[in-house]
Design a protein around this ligand. Structure first.
Ligand SMILES: Nc1ncnc2c1ncn2[C@@H]1O[C@H](COP(=O)(O)OP(=O)(O)O)[C@@H](O)[C@H]1O
Ligand SMILES: [Mg+2]
Length: 594
């Protein structure tokens, strides 16, 4: 219930509209209730006077009352609908904005498809609640109350007969709301699973096709759509069942009134006009009875949708700006890890007692087998995660003392998994900085060795890349992401295995350029090729989350260990490339095929 109150409070900023909707509803009810009264009066007038004189006045009255009723009904729909849309609009934006504040640990737990289904179908459920639960239900109640008052005034004894069924209706209604709420929750959860499969299938099309897994995926999807259909079907069956029951009670009470009331008219205790009026009033209840199931349904759906939306809105970001976070200090770039350990929430331990220091402008190379924790180390610097133990400092200030935006703007991060947006190459490089000039973009593109390739495209920098950059090769994407990171000219540059999908020759060129621009930057290079780190001031060798070796290249190749083994292995590979590099082969060809 709490959830529904919270949802209702969402209309608070639009009190005016809500009030107008309620006033319109009262108008609809009042004008609507006038009509049976006029008809009843007309019948009695004709019966007693035996002439149709003056009936035109009553007919005119009916038309007028209907006209106003229609006008008010328009207001009710207009204000109610716009209120629902407005609440949905606000909530959708708030949901999106809140998602931006949540961290990687949140996204580790919530699948994209599931969040998307909350942002769409659950918000729609809330819109329906405002429209149905808050507006329509008020209409039902005001109409039922109006009719009750009038029929009691008309003939209280006869009204008592109508009440016979009320306990049944209340009993059925409450069972229905509870059962339906559970059903809707199941529908929404199943919908989330289904959207997740759909989303993953679409973004993983290449894997699906490569493994010939279309049929497997179809079955997986079918299972989930089957679940959605099953629960939605059960919810619909429940609703139909309920609507049927309600209509049955209603019709039964009408039959009872006709029988008892008819006897009263024959006995002379009631006029024919009054009985007609009575039955017409009851007839007005047909609509609320019919939509009662829909209205209660909107309560149930609002309850389950609200629960799912508030679950996200209420989840606090685990990483946030602390009080007095530093938003101004110009970062020089000394990075220190002091006895840092890191565990994932799942309990898996990733890093143990990591200690190192990089002086401003120096370069640290990190080498280690896949899964050794290289990416985990650098994730701690921009506070994507927080260390379980120990300290990460920049310029001797703990990273959590900086304002997040300030911290992250000072770190140029080139990720291992490149993400490009469905936008032009220019926008992808300029990402987040719309006012950057094309000259600046070209400058960083040249450093990243992607300029020539871009110029070979028909629309050059305005060429739009496919979803996630699907129209480019892995190497091209990586180079665009390098250009993107260089553009913000950060004092700290972190390169996470970014040159892994470019060939050794291009890597050499990128590296030479990077060395140039990273002269005055603190740089961390994660690589799996020794050649990428051998010029670093310091290198750490990571294995199973532990620093196994450290030193510079010359020192490390003299020690027995992973580094030396890797070095010997790669010398053999590199020998094949050497002559090519010496011949200074043109990059042009490569840029097209990388
Ligand atoms: N979000 C996560 N949740 C749980 N475990 C993770 C997560 N990300 C990485 N890991 C685990 O942490 C370990 C180190 O991963 P990572 O730092 O990405 O290694 P590397 O970059 O050296 O290949 C791996 O065993 C990996 O399975
Ligand atoms: Mg990694």
């Amino acid at each position: 219930m709490n959830v529904l109150i919270r949802l209702a409070k969402r209309t608070a900023p639009y009190k005016g509209r809500l009030l107008l909707a309620y006033l319109s509803i009262i108008g609809v009810t009042v004008f609507g209730l006038m009509i049976p009264k006029i008809i009843g009066t007309a019948i009695d007038a004709v019966i007693t006077s035996g002439s149709a004189k003056g009936l035109w006045l009553l007919a005119g009255g009916i038309i007028l009352a209907n006209l106003f009723r229609g006008l008010m009904a328009y207001g009710q729909t207009y204000f109610g609908e716009s209120l629902g849309q407005q609440v949905a609009y606000d909530l959708r934006n708030e949901f999106y904005t809140h998602l931006q504040t949540l961290n990687f640990d949140f996204h580790d737990k919530h699948q994209t498809g599931n969040l998307m289904s909350r942002a769409t179908s659950d918000i729609e459920g809330i819109r329906m609640f405002v429209q149905g639960g808050m507006i329509r239900s008020f209409f039902c109640i005001s109409l039922i109350l109006g009719v009750m008052i009038l029929i009691v005034l008309l003939d209280w004894k006869l009204s008592l007969y109508c009440l016979v069924f009320v306990p049944f209706i209340i009993w059925r209604g409450s069972i229905f709301i509870l059962a339906q709420r559970k059903k809707w929750f199941l529908v929404q959860v199943a919908m989330g699973h289904m959207t997740t499969i759909l989303q993953e299938n679409l973004s993983g099309q290449k894997v699906v096709k490569a493994f010939g897994a279309e049929e497997f995926e179809e079955k997986r999807f079918l299972n989930r759509t089957g679940e959605v259909a099953e629960h939605a079907y059960e919810a619909a069956a429940l609703q139909a069942n309920n609507a049927g029951m309600m209509t049955f009670f209603y019709m039964a009470s009408t039959a009872l009134i006709l029988w008892v009331g008819g006897t009263e008219v024959v006995d002379g205790n009631m006029t024919a006009g009054e009985l007609a009026q009575f039955i017409l009033y009851l007839g007005m209840l047909a609509m609320p009875v019919r939509i009662a199931a829909w209205v209660t349904n909107s309560f149930s759906r609002g309850l389950s949708a609200g629960t799912r939306i508030f679950e996200i809105l209420d989840s606090d970001p685990s990483i946030f700006n602390h009080d007095n976070a530093d938003s101004t200090t110009k970062i020089k770039g000394e990075i220190k890890f002091e006895n840092v350990s890191f565990y994932h929430e799942s309990g898996k331990d990733i890093l143990h007692n990591i200690d190192f220091r990089i002086k401003p402008g120096e370069t640290l190379g990190i080498i280690g087998p896949p899964g050794s924790g290289k990416t985990s180390i650098i994730n701690l610097i921009p506070r994507f995660y927080e260390p379980t133990n120990g300290y990460v400092t920049i310029d001797n200030i703990s990273v959590d003392k900086f304002e997040l935006i300030n911290l992250r703007k000072n770190i140029g991060l080139i990720h291992q998994d490149v993400f490009l947006f469905t936008d032009s190459i220019r926008e992808n490089i300029a990402y987040g900085n719309p006012n950057i000039s094309i000259e600046e973009i070209e400058k960083v593109a040249k450093i990243a060795q992607i300029h020539e390739f871009v110029m070979s495209l028909p629309l050059k920098y305005d060429t739009v890349v496919g979803e996630r950059g699907s129209t480019l090769s892995g190497g091209q994407r990586q180079r665009i992401s390098i250009a993107r990171a260089l553009l913000i000219d950060p004092p700290i540059l972190i390169i996470d295995d970014a040159t892994s999908s470019v060939d050794t020759i291009t890597e050499k060129y990128i590296q030479a350029q990077l060395e140039n621009i990273s002269q005055d930057k603190t740089t961390i290079i994660i690589a799996h090729r020794i050649s990428s780190v051998q010029n670093a001031d310091n290198i750490i060798v990571l294995n199973n989350g532990l620093i196994e070796q450290r030193g510079n290249h010359t020192e490390l190749i003299q020690q027995e260990g992973i580094y030396k083994d890797l070095y010997n292995l790669q010398i053999a590979e590199n020998q094949a490339d050497q002559p090519l590099i010496q011949n200074n082969v043109s990059l042009k060809e490569d840029t097209n095929h990388a």
